[in-house]
Design a protein around this ligand. Structure first.
Ligand SMILES: Cc1ncc(COP(=O)(O)O)c(C=O)c1O
Length: 417
């Protein structure tokens, strides 16, 4: 027995004993015996959600019926909940709308941003961007003849802008790489885009709720994000769209539904956009999901996101240490940057049998996910993850590998791992 495991135990115990955020775990319903490291894919259930949903269904819908659109605040929910999310991403009120999906909002954001730069050719996006972001960039470009997608990895953006900057309409990136967990510099990228005269569109799915964001202060133009990862709004939770105030009089939405009309109940003959972010509303909002998301967001009440970020960095740092000591000798390598300031809130480990290992961990109550072909993703959430859980997860993986207790070629059991 080496002394290293003891040192890890001690480190975990000390870090958890010093953890001021530890009581926040009580705001979640987490099954006993499960170590949940997949909140970067589907956040767990906040304890505030079941009673809120029961109230929406039984009292608001069941008793108050259609009057709830006014009396229970249903009509205002997209903008009210948008503002709540806005507080988490550094957006002053009146710039964020909740509802629809990230993909739909991306289509709106990319279309609207490109239309604000009508004389430019390039829509620049990350070749490693989440698939929906890449597909939608292509879709938007196909619908505007002058536009062409250029796939430029974040480290190459400056060089590209130096060459072609005056032709760039929009740059579209994510602060956190969904595969590797690498964190990019939003402020510098947004500034570089602006220097070139382009607009910046950000996908915050893997960042919002996990770290402080500064959309207003960094002069981001458009941003989108989902409600079901670090915001814990539940499966398929409504997403959100941020549009900076300065674009409110000029941005046009491509999906001109009646909810975004200036006079939504007037049945006017022609479309006329509502003032401000309200024009990015589309159709009747998904009230049950929106109000579940609103209840979920109460977990952030009195929570300082700077503290969340500090603990998240401590957790990922500790897990990397566990991986180096326990797993690297067995052939597992991390693809997440070792520098904590360049990491989001998950660690990705590479192994050719990632799927089999993910299943074997699940059988032991450690829930992670994998991204094809060979990455195991361990998501940490400072609101409920402990250092001890990470050490236990790493030890399980070590044992599984030492004992070859996994199926190297498991059958795929469904679309989601
Ligand atoms: C960065 C990123 N963007 C978008 C999505 C998904 O988009 P949608 O919410 O429309 O399914 C994901 C899902 O994991 C994601 O990681």
């Amino acid at each position: 027995m080496t002394t290293a495991p003891l040192a890890l135990d001690e480190r975990a115990a000390r870090a958890d004993a010093d953890d001021a955020l530890a009581p926040l775990a009580e705001r979640f319903v987490l099954p006993d015996g499960v170590i949940y490291l997949d909140g970067n894919s589907l956040g767990p259930l906040p304890a505030a959600v079941p009673p809120a949903v029961t109230d929406v269904v039984t009292r608001q819908w069941g008793t108050d019926l259609i009057g709830s659109w006014n009396d229970n605040g249903w009509w205002d929910a997209p903008l009210r909940i948008g503002d709540t999310i806005g507080r988490l991403v550094g957006a002053a009120p009146g710039q964020t709308v909740a509802g629809d999906s990230t993909s739909v909002h991306l289509f709106t954001a990319l279309t609207a941003a490109a239309a604000l730069r009508p004389d430019r050719r390039f829509l620049v996006t990350d070749p490693g961007h989440f698939p929906t972001d890449r597909y939608l960039a292509e879709a938007v470009a196909r619908r505007q003849d002058r536009l062409e997608v250029r796939r430029i990895a974040p480290p190459d953006l400056d060089a590209f802008l130096a060459e072609e900057g005056d032709q760039v309409a929009v740059v579209s990136y994510a602060p956190v790489d969904f595969r590797t967990g690498e964190l990019y510099d939003m402020a510098a990228t947004t500034e570089a885009a602006h220097r070139a005269g382009a607009l910046a569109v950000w996908d915050l799915c893997h960042a919002a709720g996990a770290m402080p964001l500064h959309l207003d202060a960094q002069e981001v133009d458009f941003a989108v994000g989902c409600g079901y990862k670090f915001l814990n709004g539940g499966p398929g939770a409504p997403a959100y769209l941020y549009v900076a105030h300065r674009h409110h009089t000029s941005f046009e939405t491509p999906v001109t539904g009646w909810n975004g009309h200036a006079n939504p109940f007037g049945a006017d003959r022609d479309y006329s956009p509502a003032p401000g972010i309200a024009r990015a509303r589309i159709g009747t909002p998904p009230i049950l999901s929106l109000l579940a998301l609103e209840a979920a967001l109460t977990v952030f009440e009195d929570v300082d996101l700077a503290q969340v970020r500090a603990k998240s960095m401590s957790l990922t740092e500790f897990f990397l240490r566990c991986a180096t000591e326990l797993l690297t000798p067995l052939g597992i390598e991390s693809v997440t940057p070792p520098d904590p300031s360049r990491r989001g809130s998950h660690i990705a480990l590479r192994h050719p049998h990632a799927l089999g290992l993910t299943h074997a961990l699940a059988q032991r109550g450690v829930i992670i996910d994998m991204r094809a072909p060979d990455l195991l993703r361990f998501g940490v959430n400072a609101l409920y993850t402990t250092h001890r859980q990470l050490l236990t997860a790493a030890r399980h993986l070590q044992e599984i590998m030492q004992e070859s207790a996994y199926d190297p070629e498991p059958p795929r059991t469904g679309p989601v791992t």
